[in-house]
Design a protein around this ligand. Sequence first.
Ligand SMILES: Nc1nc2c(ncn2[C@@H]2O[C@H](COP(=O)(O)OP(=O)(O)OP(=O)(O)O)[C@@H](O)[C@H]2O)c(=O)[nH]1
Ligand SMILES: [Mg+2]
Length: 479
Amino acid sequence: MKNKEKHNYGDDFPITAFATTPGNSALTLIRCSGKESIELFASIFDSPAKIKDALGNTVVHGWIPGIDEVLVSVFRSPKSYTGEDCLDICCHGGPVAGKAVMEAVKSAGFRDALPGEFTFRAFMNGKMDLTRSESVMELVSAKTETGRKNAISRLSGALQTEVNEIKQILVQVLAGAEIYLDYSEDEVSAESDESAKEEIAGKLPNKELAKQALDRLQKLYPSWQVERIYQEGVTIVIAGQPNAGKSNLFNSFLKEDRSIVADTPGTTRDWIEAWINIKGIPIRLIDTAGIRETKDPVELIGVERSLELLKEAQIVLYLVDCTIGVTDKDRKFILEYATQAEAHGQIYLLVWNKIDIAPLPQKLSTYVDLMYKVKNAVSISAKTGEGMDDLNYEIVSAVMESHKTSDVSASLGTERQKKLIGTACTALEEALGMAENNEPLDLIAPLLRESVNALGEITGEISTADILEEMFSKFCVGK
Ligand SMILES: Nc1nc2c(ncn2[C@@H]2O[C@H](COP(=O)(O)OP(=O)(O)OP(=O)(O)O)[C@@H](O)[C@H]2O)c(=O)[nH]1
Ligand SMILES: [Mg+2]
């Protein structure tokens, strides 16, 4: 019955979740954590004493009678992921076996874990700070090797260390300011108040330290833009006239024949998409129907969809067939769409295709007007793969150019962290600006405190229940 009750983050009720996705696999892993979880699981195990008496960090073999043969890793509080008593039950895989074990576990008194609840408990029990907790989620959802490496760096504490170091500096600055303030309150008599204030006004102790802290915050702040690219990826749409070689290029990126390539114009009717990886950047690549006026109602729907998809793109690869050159339709399209795109921060790359059978158009004058509308032009053969390295290079440069970052030892992993670094930066900038203008310390100190508090929120030293619930609810179940 207890399973039906509404539960919130923050209780120590025994919880369970699949740590692996149920499906066709040899094994399934079910995690359990919480108060009395070892005793509860023992109640459905064939030799309860073996589980109850098991030392922490040991594995017990046995049966859940009539259900499955299992290997159970036992972790005893506080030496576990969550800091509570925990069990990892390794049972047989497949679509059915794991579910039967899960039913048995729940019948013993465990409830379904909420999203991110294991990591939430790890945080609450002091096993990791918030930056590390968030990196767990980043790690399990990493789309490329670079995304994984960045998440691992945060999981190993690089961001936590950087934030804590900056915070230590600011605490020192704040302490210095407060000593001055105490001095002015205690030592300065009412008559000499004004002159004393003047004396301390603008003399923010350790101003140079505060500037150093600001410099480090300002370097950290833009790292989120780049990180977001590695986490969420970039949408690239391949567009162009029918027969330009869009599907051939799509297949060339994928290194497999996924999209139909044929010399009949209008071959691709419905769009097709796939995730690829270019230099660690996850790319959602979309092949579209060739854009032309048509009376065929099915092709027309395809063309309309292509135009819709263009709006979703961060980068558009506009293909021109070198055997034909720039047609009036190409020109009309690029001049109209690439001009609009500029305003929305989209990037158009002009891609000359089929250079294996035709030279590039020689007369620059025939397309020079288009070059003002696109970021760059690359020549390739989608068929032979020639020029693909150059195209990849142009794509990466286009993605990264607007997000230049300086060398930093740590990078931000979430929007939440970025907002708080932004708050810390703004407050500190304001404090330093006031110090430059010789404004009184009692106005400067609260800004320094605001900056310190924002940094404390990043690591979770300062946090409210609402913020934590909101944050962990975005995690996947079982983490
Ligand atoms: N020689 C050569 N032929 C190419 C190249 N790229 C595409 N082709 C040929 O051009 C024709 C059209 O290629 P597709 O990739 O189907 O063109 P598309 O732009 O997807 O055409 P639609 O789907 O009709 O809009 C096919 O016969 C391809 O083999 C290339 O780089 N070199
Ligand atoms: Mg096609």
